[in-house]
Write a protein that binds this ligand. Sequence first.
Ligand SMILES: Cc1cc2nc3c(=O)[nH]c(=O)nc-3n(C[C@H](O)[C@H](O)[C@H](O)COP(=O)(O)OP(=O)(O)OC[C@H]3O[C@@H](n4cnc5c(N)ncnc54)[C@H](O)[C@@H]3O)c2cc1C
Ligand code: FES
Ligand code: FES
Length: 1311
Amino acid sequence: MEANTLVVFVNGVKYTEVNPSLETTLLQYLRTELCLPGTKLACGEGGCGACTVMVSRYNPSSKQIRHYSVNACLMPLVALHGLAVTTVEGIGSTKTKLHPVQERLAKAYGSQCGFCSPGFVMSMYTLLRNYPEPSMTQIETAFQGNLCRCTGYRSILAGFRTFSKEWLCEKGENCCQNQNAADTNKKICTKTFDASEFALYDRTQDPIFPNELQIETSYHTKRIKFTGATVQWCRPTSLEQVCQLKQEYPEALFTVGATLIGKGIRTGKIQGVVVSLSHVPELLDVSSDDDNIKVGAAITLAQLYEYIETIAEIKNGETKAGLETVLDMLHQVGGHQLRNVVSIGSSIASGLGRSDVLTLLLAMGATTEIIDTTCLNKTIVCKEISQLMNDDGTCLLEKQELITSVNIPYMSQGEHLYWHKHASRADLNLASINCGMRLKLQANSHIIEDLVLCYGGMAKRSIIAANVKKEATGKAWGKEFVAVVCKLLESDIDVTLYKDGSVDYKKALVSSLFLKFYLKVNAKVMSQPDPSPDMSSVRSHPLSKASEIFEDVPPEQAAEDIVGRTMVHKAALQQTTGEAVFCDDLPMYKDEIHIALVLSHRVHANIVKIDASKAESLAGVLSFISFKDIPNQQSNIAEHVFADKEVEYEGHVIGAIIAKTETRARAAANNVVVEYDDLPSIVRLEDAIKKENFMAGHPVVLKHGDIDKAFQESDVTIEGEIAMDGQEHFYMETQICRVVPTGEEQELEIVSSTQFLSELQTRVSEILNVPQNRLTVKIKRLGGGFGGKEESPIYVAAIASIAALKYNKPVRLVLDRRTDMRVTHKRQETWTKYKVGCSKSGKILAEEVSVYTNAGYTPGFFGFVQPASLFCLASDQGYKIDNFKLSAYTCLTNTNPRAPMRGFMTPPLALLMQAIMNDIALKLNIPYTQVHEINMYKSGDHTFYNRELKDAGSLKVCWETCLNKSDYYNRRTQVDNYNRSSRWTKRGLCAIPIYRDVGIGFFRHMGQGAALVNIYKDGSVWISHGGVEMGQGLHTKLIQVASKVLQVPCERIHILETNTNCVPNALVTAASHGSDLFGMAVKDACEKLVVRLKPYKQKNLDKPWEKWVMDAYLDSTNLSAAGFYDRGPQHYQNFNNPYDGGKGHQYYVCGTTVAEVEVDCLTGANRVLRIDATLDLGRSLNPAIDIGQIDGAFVMAFGLFVSEKLEYDKNGFLVSKDTSSYHIPGSRDIPTQFNIQLLNTDSKEAVLYGSKGVGEPPIHMGIAAFMAIKDAIRASRKENGVTGNFQLDSPASSEQIFHLCKASSTYPSGI
Ligand SMILES: Cc1cc2nc3c(=O)[nH]c(=O)nc-3n(C[C@H](O)[C@H](O)[C@H](O)COP(=O)(O)OP(=O)(O)OC[C@H]3O[C@@H](n4cnc5c(N)ncnc54)[C@H](O)[C@@H]3O)c2cc1C
Ligand code: FES
Ligand code: FES
C-alpha cells in the first residue's frame, strides 16, 4: 500500500499534507501556505534564481545527506516527500541571529533593491554547506543560476569571496591600510567594507537536518502515490515497482527533475500518471571500468559532475582532457539549481534540439541501456544515442521503454574531444549554437581514424556531419583537409531548413567552430599556444577583480556627521534575511480576489467580438471586465487601460478575469475568445520612416549658427548612420498592485510597485471618477524600477481599482513575467543619420542630425521629450559645437509603448556622438583621444543658449585622471601589439568622456520635493518624503541628511514607506535627482525642527537630545515639520524656445571611462577585460552606495549596448518575452577587472551638500565597451585586408561582430 501523505520539513518544522495538490510548486507552498515570503517569485521559469532554496536529502544506503539548491518555482511540492527544505528565513534573522552569508551580502553593499538577495543568499549558503571553505573559483561560479539587475554583481562577489580560504584583500599593495598617510588632508579610501568586522562562519549555527528523516527509512523506501483531479504522482522505490506501474498504466510518463513534466502538469497539458524515478536505487548508481563511465539514468547532472571530477583527477592524457571537456559542458547547462535536479536520462529523453548534453554525448559515441518495462524479464538493449533521435527532435523511445543508464566512453590515446557553446550570456542560457567534436588519429600519425562533428541549434535535433565522418577516415589531418571539411559541412549541416536565428550567421559558424577545433588540436599535437580561447568555457573563465577609490570626509568633519561617509543600505539586512516586505509579500486578506489579464494576440486589428462566457462559467470566476467597465471612458488613458474597439500591439490589454484565486483567474483568461479583423500594421522602425508614420507636428527641429557656411569652411565632411535597439527594463519584481476598499465613500488604499505615486493617484482617480482625496497610494520599496515603474503601474492599478470598486473586496494583480514583458513599456529604439563638417585637426564645425525614434503604438512621452532631447544633443554631450541643425521624428509602430528607462533620452545621443568622434578620428587619421580633447567643453565655456558651464573644468580633470590611472597610452601600444600577434582574437581599447545632465527641465513644476519629519516624545524621528526606494539607497542617504541636521544617530531615524497622504503631489523618483529634491526637503524640515528645539537645547546643553524633545513637547512645541524644496524657475527650460534664459538642467555629472575588450573573430563572442571609470559626483553623500550605482549602471549599459536583444518577429510579435528569450548580463559577464574612482570635487552647481545625482550618468559608460569592440573589429578587418569605415549598431551582437570582423572571408584558405 502506498503512502498518500506528503511529509516535508521546512526550516526544521514538519509539515504533512494528505494528497497534496499536484499543481502546487514549492514556491507557492512556501509563500502562500506557510506564509514564508522571503523566497521570491520573479519569473516562475527557472530563469533567475530569486526563488532559490536548499533541499537536503538523506540516503539511507550511504547514510549521507546531500544538500543542493533548487528553483522553488519549478519544483513540484509532491516531489519533496521525505526531504528537508531550508529557506532564507531558516538560516538567520535580524530578530535572532544573522547568518554570516546574510550579513556579508548586506555589509558588502551586495543588496540594492534586495529582490534577488534571498536567492543569492541561498545559493551561497548551499555552497558553504557543501564546501565550508570554498575556493575563489567555486564562489565565482556559484551564481550561474542567479540574476541581479541592480548591483552589477561585483559587490555580491566581493562580499561572498570573504568566505574563501584563498581570500586576500584584492587591492594588495593598494589596500587602504597602506594608503592613508601621503596627504593628511585627503584620506583616500579603497574599500567600502571592512571584512575584519564580519562575524565568523560558524557551522554549528546551521540548521540541523531533521533526525526523523534519518531514523525513519520508510520516507525513502516506501512507495508513494498522490492523486490529484487529473494527475497521479507515483514515486516507486525499485525498478520492479516502476515496471509494475508501467504495466498498470502504459501511458504513464517518467520524470526526475520535473522541470518539463512539472510545467506540463501545472498548465494542464499533462494528465494521467507520472512516475518519479528519483528514488529508484537501480537508476542512481554510477560506476566506471577501463573504457566507460556507466551513469544511472536518474543521476542528476550535478552528481555526474562531482563523479567525473574525482575520476578526472586520477586520469591523465587524452582521457583526462576528455573528461575535463565533459565537465566544461556540464558546467554550462543552466545554473546549479537546474543541474541539481535535471537527470542525465531526461536530458536525453527530452530530446531538446540545442541540448548541451545530447550534442556532446552524441559526438562521444555514448550509448544508453534501455529496458522494456512491460516485459518482466526486462530486456536490455544498448542503443547509441543517435538511434534515439527523430529528425523532428522528438525522442524515438517507445512508451514502454525506460533509459536505465548511459555509458560515457573515455577518450583514448590519439583521441581529441572538443566542446563549444555559443550563447548571448555566459550562463543560464540555452545555446544558440553548440558543438561536440571528436577526432581520433591513428597511433603516432596525423592520419584520421574517426572524425565526428556534431552540431546543436542547427536543426530540431543535434546533428552529426555524416559526409565528413564518411570522408575523413584515412585522410591526413592538416590545412588541406580543413578546406575539404568546410565544403562538406555546407551540405551536411543545412541550416536553411531550420529557421531559428540568422541563417547566414549559423552557416558561417559551422565552419568557424570546426576551425576552432582544428586550432585546438594543432595546439596539442604541435604544442603551439592555443590561439583561440574559449570565452564560454567555465574552466578558462578568469576570476574578476575590482578596485574602488574615493576620498574620505575631511579630518575636521565631526565624527557623528555621517554625510559623505559610507553607510550600509538601511534595509540591507532585512533584504538579505527575506524580512523586507515587497508588495506581493503583504499578507492575503481572507476574501481577497485576483485578476489575470486577457491580451491581444494580434498586432493591429479591430475587435469584432469578445466571448467570455466559457471563462465566466468556470468555478471560482467572478466576471470578465473590459473597456465598458471603465467608469470614465472619456479619460484619455482609458484606451491604454483596456483596448476599446481596436488593438494596437500584440499584448494590448483587452480585458481581465476576476476570480477567487490567481490560478483560476489565469486559467479562465485563456478561455476568453476574441475575434479580430486584422488591420494593416507597421512593425519596424524603417517602415514607419518610409511611410512617414510620424507623430503629428514632427519633426521638431533645433538650429543654431550658420550651418551652410560652417560646412563650406570645413576641411572634411563625414556622413553616417547608427541604429540602437530598445531594451527591456527587466526589474526583478514584476508589476504588482493590491487595492483595498475601505467600504466608505469610495476610499481605496492602493499599494503599487510604482515610482510615481502621485501620477498614479491622479490617473486612477480620473479613470474611476473618484476624487484624488479618496485614494491613498503607498509603497514601501520596489524590487527594481529603472524607469519601468513610472507609466505601466498606472494601468495595472487602474484595472485592480475598477475590480475593487466593483466587488468592494481587496484585489491583487500580479503580472507574471511573460505578461509583464508582453504588456509593459520598453526603452525606445532609434535610428540616426548624421553629417558633420570639421577642421583638419578634428574640431567639429557643423553638425546635421536626424533622429528617428520608435515610440511604439502611442507617442506617450515623446511629444515633450523630443525638443528636450535635441537640446541635450546640442549642449549636453560634453562637446562644444556652434553650428547645427538637429531634427527629431517620433515614429509610430504597432509595438509596445516606449517610456523612460535609465538614461532615457541621452544614451542614443551619447552613442551617436561617440560614433561621430570615432568617424572623425578615422577619416583624419588622428588619435581618437585628440578628437575628444579638441571638442570637449572647457572651464568657463558657454552652451549654445549661453549657459555658463561652471563645472565643465571637471570634464578635463576626469579625462586626464582616468587616462593616467588606466595607463591608457601604454595600453594602447600593448593592445596594438597584441593584435599584431593574435590571428583570431583581437583586442580593442577606447576612452570616452561622460557628460550628463541631472534633473528634469521640461516643466516648471519638475524641480520640487516635499517631506514631513516628525519627532516623537521618545526622541525617535520619523521621515516621510516623496521619493520611492527602489534599491538606489535613497532612504539611506536621506536618513544621513536628517542625522546630520538634527544631530541624531541614524539608528533613531526611520522611514516607513512612501505614501500620498503624508507627502502629496510628489514628483516621480527618476532622472537621478531624487536625493537632491527630497533630500533638500528633508533638510528643510529638519532645519525647522532644529530652530524649534534650539531654546530647549540651549537651556540644557549638557543633556541629551531626548530631554530637549520632551521639554519642547511639554512646552507645546510642534515637533512635526513639513519641508519643501523648489529648484527655482531658472532651471525650467522651454525647450521649444532655447534662448529664453532657462538653464535647462540643474547641473552636470562629468566622468571618463576607459574600456578594453577582447573579441573572438571566429564567433563574434566578446568579453570586457577591463573598465576604468572616473566620475565626479561632487561630494558624494555615501560613496559606497554611489559606487554600487556605477557598478549596476555599467552592467545594465553593457546589456543595452552589447548583449541584450529586444526582439520582434517580422509580424510584430514580441520574441523576447521571457527569461529564456531575453538575457540580462549574468555574474560571469561582468568586466574581468573593474576599477572605479570617485573624484570628490567642490561643485559650483551641485545641490545637497555638494553632492551630485548618480543613477543615470554612468549608463553612458557602456558606450566605452561598445566603442572598444568597434576598435577590435577594426583591427580584425585591417588584418583581413578591409579598410575604411564601417557601421556598428547597438547592441553590438556577436552576429554583427562576427560579420564585421571579416575573418571568415579568409578561411579555410587563410588559416
Ligand atoms: C531554466 C532552464 C535552463 C535550461 N538550460 C539548459 C542549458 O543550458 N542546456 C541544456 O542543454 N538544457 C537546458 N535546459 C533544459 C533542461 O536540461 C531540460 O529541461 C531537462 O533535460 C529536463 O530534465 P528533467 O529531469 O527536469 O526532465 P523531466 O521533466 O523530469 O522529464 C523530461 C522528459 O524525459 C522523460 N524521461 C525522464 N527520464 C527518463 C528515462 N530514464 N527514460 C525515459 N524517459 C525519461 C520524461 O518522461 C519526460 O518526457 C534548461 C531548462 C530550464 C528550465
Ligand atoms: S522565480 Fe524561480 S527562477 Fe525565477
Ligand atoms: S539587488 Fe539584485 S535585483 Fe535588485
